[in-house]
Design a protein around this ligand. Structure first.
Ligand code: ZN
Length: 602
């Protein structure tokens, strides 16, 4: 994950008044953020696209019985010990993720509320109802002790259903969660143990969490966590991502602006890494704004030519008449205005990389000259007679289908094959939506620094809008939205939807969120009033009903290419009704602009 400076717990307690380096449950004020309401708001459903989000993390609604079945099969096939370890570690990951979520979303949250948020999230996620009996911690002395009552444990329910009352506590996954949550927040291993469990016939489960040192021997607990090497100070160097590397970066983060964790992004990065060390020509394809230049720069920076120049040319931005002199240089006196000799981009990129963006916009003439330069490794300045040898790695990019351009006769086939040695497709942002939060975090820091502003993250509403926005302009548009947000928002407050989006940009997808009363309700940008839309469409002119009707009839007819039957169908009218209304409108009192008579379908 893009790493932001974390507020340490000591700092967090300072920001909340400076006193709370110690805490116990008596000090718990349910009104301190994150409140149950705040946490509930973090959970939202997006029924149309098959996803559920907890803030920026994807969740899944699993049937309790299916969980029970999986758990039983694990025990039956792997044995109790292995199954228990697996479930404990899975729980640990959930707890660690929730702790990261709370810490990044509420960096200034009061320490005790932040700790107890884990109990509330665990309940919200439908796992167990947690009642804190005692929580006592002292950051300075490095101690933690907590005792909790667990009711409605789904794991105990399923264990009982499968095996009946036994002699061993059974809430392994939940113990893992508690360890993961508190350990991730505290940065030190806190071990939870279940001392009573419904699976052994108790009325409720009871768990105790303590600093590892306070327990004495925790080897049994660590065994289930696979926690070898936990105390090693460099968890990021672990070969395999173990459960006890809560701070491990979850995203690839390379120099430049390549930020993301999605599989399609990873796949492009993997291809990039593979080809960077060679001198192969690379062709980047993808929509505008997906970051083709950033990838090209990264290719250059990680390849053997990194110390030589990287020269970028946007072929679409240079007028055709100047393109040749831009690319290949010009000798003094070659044409009017060429008052001095000047090197072209090819020469300037000698030994390095030449990035040709929007390659498809080159004219056929320019394509021919480019091909010659590529084939012969030589360029000749405009008006010059010397040939200059250049050693350039060419990287090209296009947002159109070059193969299609070749078929249409607009692009030279030989140049196409010359460039298309190693194509890398960069996916549009809407296909790597899980990267949106990472990119938001990245550009929030970039733009805040650039404009010397200090907004406090994003509101829940803004987060939701971004997660559902289509981003036709891809990453560039996302960056623009955030830049606008950073500039429009006051320091110390969170960036909200109106800071970033103009009204007409607002996403209109169905967003359901869970209210604090447990009901699902629609939440999204306020629906635009029909009346306002009509006023806009008629340029604010007076709009009596018959004018609106005429406008609607005519526009619909136009959309259907003059086919009255089709237009009538769309408006729920018969062909005759449609024709009648249209005729009636033409006889109506003088509209300001006389519309052209529309012929019925031929
Ligand atoms: Zn239990």
């Amino acid at each position: 994950m893009a790493r932001s400076p974390r507020i340490s717990l000591a700092e967090a307690s300072r920001t909340s008044g400076g006193l709370l380096r110690r805490g116990d449950t008596a000090q718990d004020d349910p009104a301190h953020p994150p409140t149950l309401g705040d946490l509930t708001e973090s959970l939202f459903f997006s029924p149309g696209d098959g996803r559920i989000w907890l803030q920026n993390q994807r969740m899944v609604l699993l049937h309790g019985a299916a969980f029970g079945h999986l758990r039983r099969e694990l025990i039956d096939t792997l044995g109790v010990d292995k199954a228990r370890g697996l479930l404990t570690r899975t729980g640990y990951l959930s707890g660690a993720r929730d702790a990261e979520l709370v810490r990044s979303r509420w960096p200034d949250g009061e320490l005790l509320s932040v700790f107890l948020a884990g109990t509330r999230l665990h309940a919200l996620e439908g796992v167990v109802k947690v009642t804190p009996l005692a929580v006592d911690f002292d950051k300075l002395r490095g101690t933690y002790e907590g005792e909790f009552r667990w009711e409605h444990s789904v794991e105990a329910d399923e264990h009982l259903a499968a095996y009946g009352v036994g002699t061993e506590c059974a809430c392994w996954n939940q113990i893992g969660y508690a360890i993961g949550y508190v350990t991730t927040l505290l940065g030190q291993l806190v071990v939870f143990r279940e001392v009573e469990c419904r699976a052994t016939g108790a009325a409720a489960c009871r768990v105790i969490g303590r600093h590892a040192a306070a327990w004495g021997d925790v080897s049994e607990d660590l065994h289930h966590l696979h926690a070898q090497g936990f105390h090693s100070p460099a968890p990021r160097t672990r070969a395999a991502p173990g459960p006890l590397a809560p701070n491990e970066a979850r995203a690839t983060r390379t120099p430049g602006e390549l930020v993301g964790a999605s599989s399609s992004f990873h796949s492009a990065c993997h291809q990039l890494a593979r080809v960077a060390q060679t001198r192969a020509t690379v062709l980047f394809t993808g929509e505008s704004g997906v970051g083709k230049e950033a990838f090209a720069r990264q290719l250059h920076a990680t390849g053997p030519r990194a110390s030589a120049p990287f020269v970028a040319v946007n072929c679409a931005a240079i007028p055709e008449t100047l393109l040749e002199s831009e690319l290949f240089g010009v000798e003094r006196g070659a044409f009017t205005g060429a008052t001095s000799s000047r090197a072209g981009r090819f020469e300037r990129a000698d030994g390095g990389t030449l990035f040709l963006d929007e390659i498809a916009t080159l004219s056929l003439t320019s394509q021919g000259k480019l091909l010659r330069a590529l084939q012969e490794g030589e360029v000749e300045r405009v008006g010059g007679s010397r040939t200059l040898r250049v050693d350039v790695r060419v990287v090209a990019a296009t947002n159109v289908d070059l193969h299609e351009e070749v078929r249409a006769g607009r692009f030279r086939e030989d140049l196409y094959y010359r460039l298309n040695v190693y194509p890398i497709h960069l996916p549009p942002l809407r296909e790597r939506r899980e990267d949106v939060p990472l990119l938001m975090d990245h550009f929030l820091r970039v733009e805040s620094r650039r404009h010397a502003r200090s907004p406090k993250g994003f509101t829940q509403r803004a987060m939701r809008a971004m997660m559902h926005y289509a981003f036709p302009g891809n990453i560039r548009e996302l960056q623009n939205l955030i830049e606008r947000g950073v500039i429009s928002c006051d320091d110390g407050t969170a960036i909200d939807v109106p800071h970033m989006f103009r009204r007409e940009q607002l996403p209109d997808e169905l967003l359901l969120s869970v209210g604090t009363d447990g009901s699902l309700h629609r939440e999204g940008p306020p629906a635009r009033r029909l009346r306002d839309a009509v006023a806009d469409a008629l340029d604010g002119q007076p709009h009596p009903l018959h004018r609106i009707e005429q406008r609607l009839l005519r526009e619909t007819l136009q959309l259907h290419g003059g086919n009255v039957a089709a237009a009538a169908r769309e408006l729920g009218l018969t062909r005759a009704q449609f024709a009648y209304r249209l005729r009636r409108g033409e006889q109506a009192p003088a509209p300001r602009r006389r519309q052209r008579k529309v012929e019925p379908d031929s």
